[in-house]
Design a binder for this molecule. Sequence first.
Ligand code: COA
Length: 347
Amino acid sequence: MRATDPRASGATSSPLLGAARPPALRAVIAGTGGYLPERSLTNDELAAWKGLETSDAWIVERTGIRRRHIAAEGETASDMAAKAALAALAQAGAEVGEVDAVIVATATPDSAFPSTAARVQGRLGIGKGFAFDLAAACTGFVYALGVADALIRSGQARGALVIGTEIYSRILDWTDRGTCVLFGDGAGAVFLRAVPEAEAGGRGLLSTHLHADGRFGDILNVDGGAGSTGGTGVVRMAGREVFRHAVAKLSSAVDEALAANGLGHDDVAWLVPHQANIRIIEAMGKKLGLGLDRVVVTVDRHANTSAASIPLALAEAARDGRIKPGDLVLMEAIGGGLTWGAALARF
Ligand code: COA
């Protein structure tokens, strides 16, 4: 979504109407936060499972994954989301009273309704604004950023929690070595604050670029679920096919994002990609001319946490000082749908 709001021109008054216009607004990433369940499951532990027939060497070589976190029994996506959200608010120095929109990207909601976002809102004691879930699988966080950016630019929200939270451990076939080794649980959040463009100093979301092609829905899907008349409710994936789409679609999305802002590869301080597979991440870094020292990588320790992977990576790199104020951060993701997209933000 590009800013199409005429106020983005910076005009503050209309010579025709004579009325004062509100200033153009930017969605500034004021804080980031992450949460990972305590239990960490290593490849060696999986390799020891009878009948799974996998190995640490195979998983590391094909994916870069060494371990993943697994939610505790009774722990839910909203529990994890609330923890990540509170961490993001704390880092932003924001009170919960500043939040008037909660958007949760998830494929593993606590229930069909109330939405996970409404549950988070309730848990944080927020009784105003609006809250909803968004389903775009592993691209969910990029989609949610796009929606939040549009809501902020159009004046419908002033403080937005954008959260990715996933418990894939509950929708995996733990006897299918082709999928169960790839995913993990966790949550990540950002707090976006509406800041008048004139005061933002170039900070904030520059643009988001969202895509889907539903004709490829079958290559990565959850077979069954709420409202379904059949299926088993677990992730099914044609890994090779997904891989084939990934680099081409992600490449075109990042090119689109940079071109839309008149920026080049050299302007990017950090690539924060969706963390599905180190080979896809390396290919994207190479395409952008960025070494792995300028790419935030968590896939080795988190595996693929779907919609949570980018905000978890952002939180890690913002906290340890890699991402600094003023840095241009490029995010990209692809997932079931197929969905894919990119977002550019200046921290
Ligand atoms: N351990 C050991 N062997 C495994 C295995 C595992 N965990 N998973 C699959 N294999 C085997 C297969 O059974 C197959 O064996 P065969 O040759 O005897 O039939 C062999 O390894 C090759 O399988 P294939 O699926 O072709 O491997 P691959 O090189 O394509 O790697 C993925 C598999 C899943 C790692 C890879 O396709 C991938 O990363 N795809 C993208 C997935 C992705 O990013 N999804 C999320 C997007 S949001």
